[in-house]
Design a protein around this ligand. Structure first.
Ligand SMILES: [Zn+2]
Ligand SMILES: [Zn+2]
Ligand SMILES: [Zn+2]
Length: 261
């Protein structure tokens, strides 16, 4: 039985939202009744009257369902997207270190790579989502067909270039606020920097955990790059000093890892 994505009521006659594709009950089927993520494109152009330049939190033009407000909420579609991405990212790093795995043939290596890459990916994306929700925005992890395709191709071992971008956290907002988007963007790489430090410390327990640290540094570095779409571009637009600081810490960690190894 299909359930309404807002209230969970079992539906005899489900209403499918033509904007987001979700299923809802009679009460919640209108886009404004379920804080529809499909509305983002249309709404982006409009500035709601409630928006004030001085206020820090962007107020949506309609009252979000209390179920969404400041709560981590995952739709089934989002969980599926996360699982597909986790699988791809794990496979990429296994393939990336294939030479090492074959020559040492140690289960600890494989485990470290999987722990490192899966945590690096999922906590990075969740950090974006969590900070966005904290600012009263709705955020959802979503994949793109192109991103999945390029990421899947990158699993092929010994490729010179890899693209690890199966998806991104889509943020539903009405206006681009540099300081809010900058903070949301920073949360991702910062999570990887913290994880990298943690794994360097944990590598005292088992040396192969250094790989988990390197993977986090890799993902932090890639995302801090100041290219459009990437986290780095949002951080630079917000505060260049913080961007430089993030870049320097990532590079320092990279050197540290290679000195210890
Ligand atoms: Zn409902
Ligand atoms: Zn919808
Ligand atoms: Zn990110």
């Amino acid at each position: 039985m299909i359930k309404c994505e807002v209230c969970g009521k079992e539906l005899i006659i489900p209403y499918k939202c033509k904007y987001c594709g979700g299923y809802f009950c009679v009460e919640h089927h209108l886009p404004e009744k379920h804080n529809c993520p499909g509305l983002v494109r249309g709404k982006w152009k409009y500035e709601p009257i409630q928006y004030r330049e001085k206020s820090f939190i962007i107020k949506p033009s309609f009252k979000p369902q209390s179920i969404y407000r400041k709560k981590l909420y995952f739709s089934r579609r989002e969980i599926v997207n996360l699982l597909i991405s986790i699988f791809l990212v794990g496979a990429i790093y296994i393939s990336n270190y294939l030479f090492l795995i074959i020559s040492y043939n140690r289960i600890a290596l494989i485990l470290s790579i999987l722990i490192g890459s899966i945590l690096a990916f999922i906590l990075h994306e969740l950090a974006h989502k969590f900070i966005a929700i904290n600012y009263g925005l709705r955020a959802e992890y979503t994949t793109s067909k192109m991103g999945i395709l390029l990421t899947a191709i990158s699993i092929i071992p010994f490729l010179p270039i890899r693209i690890i971008a199966p998806g991104y956290v889509k943020i539903i907002s009405y206006k681009y606020d540099k300081s809010i988007y900058g903070r949301i963007a920073l949360a991702g790489p910062l999570t990887n920097i913290i994880l990298a430090i943690l794994f360097i410390l944990l590598s005292k327990i088992h040396h192969s955990l250094m790989l988990a640290s390197l993977i986090n540094i890799d993902i932090a570095f890639f995302n801090i790059m100041p290219f459009p779409i990437l986290d780095g571009s949002h951080i630079i637009k917000w505060n260049i000093k913080i961007w430089i600081l993030a870049m320097i810490s990532t590079l320092l960690l990279w050197f540290l890892c290679h000195i210890i190894t």
